[in-house]
Design a protein around this ligand. Structure first.
Ligand code: SF4
Length: 240
């Protein structure tokens, strides 16, 4: 079962959280123009992680009301957009994330969570649109997503499923078919969006003094992505 907590008077208490940074002006983290809040800390250590600074730094302590006031200044620019919680893993900081999401929603600002789907919390799932990045590298177990996806189904939510495609690591037909089966089991109308593995983050690893696990792996090209879509689309059709 997912975590479900009753909420009460604590809603008025100040909520302190840890963030790495805020970037306003993203056009790729959900619909429309968005501010992205990068939460500090993550429960996973993906070898392709693009944001290692969120894993190895404590982050800046911020109060939810102060951050909402800062984000609200961008409201005139959002139009179809809003605020995306990314990281790191926003679901790790439940009370802070919930306070932010509720305050932003009250102000008419759209909220989207980018999560790794390994922390299942019904209240957080209910608090915004969901993008779930499924990890299927050599040692990843797809059964880790069962609780999270089942909770989304209970709430009638279809998350946008993304997957970082890494040549030679998770792009075999077998891996891609397993990914398609997982998504189709819970979301028959669902879609997978492939994100090409990139190494622009290499400098960040150097600055942090941390080895980049996939430094020797090549980046994904357009033809890798096209092939992956062909395999998963075939798998969706065959199982229908
Ligand atoms: S879940 Fe995201 S932030 Fe966490 S290690 Fe993986 S890629 Fe990095």
């Amino acid at each position: 079962m997912c975590n479900i907590n009753k909420r009460g008077a604590e809603d008025s208490a100040p909520h302190i959280g840890y963030i790495d940074s805020v970037y306003c002006g993203s056009g790729v983290d959900g619909k429309g123009l968005r501010c992205v809040v990068f939460f500090a800390g993550c429960n996973l250590r993906c070898p392709f992680c693009h944001n290692p600074e969120t894993l190895f730094r404590q982050g800046e302590a911020v109060e939810a009301d102060a951050l909402v006031a800062r984000l609200e200044r961008y409201k005139p620019y959002f139009k179809r957009g809003g605020v995306t919680f990314s990281g790191g893993e926003p679901f790790l900081q439940k009370e802070f994330a919930l306070a932010l999401a509720r305050k932003l929603t009250e102000r008419g600002i759209h909220v989207l969570f980018e999560t790794n789907g390994h922390i299942c919390d019904e209240e957080l799932i209910a608090a915004g649109e969901i993008v779930c990045d499924v990890k299927n590298q050599e040692t990843d177990d797809l059964s880790a997503y069962a609780k999270f996806f089942a909770a989304c189904v209970r709430q009638g939510k279809v998350p946008q499923v993304t997957n970082v495609l890494v040549p030679g690591k998770n792009d075999s037909a077998e891996k891609l078919r397993a990914l398609a089966r997982l998504v189709k089991e819970y979301f028959p109308q669902g879609k997978i969006k492939f994100l090409p593995f990139r190494k622009l983050c290499e400098d960040k690893y150097k600055e942090l003094g941390v080895p980049f696990p996939y430094a020797a792996v090549r980046e994904a090209e357009e033809e890798d992505i096209e092939r992956a879509y062909t395999v998963v689309n075939d798998a969706f059709r065959q199982n229908s």
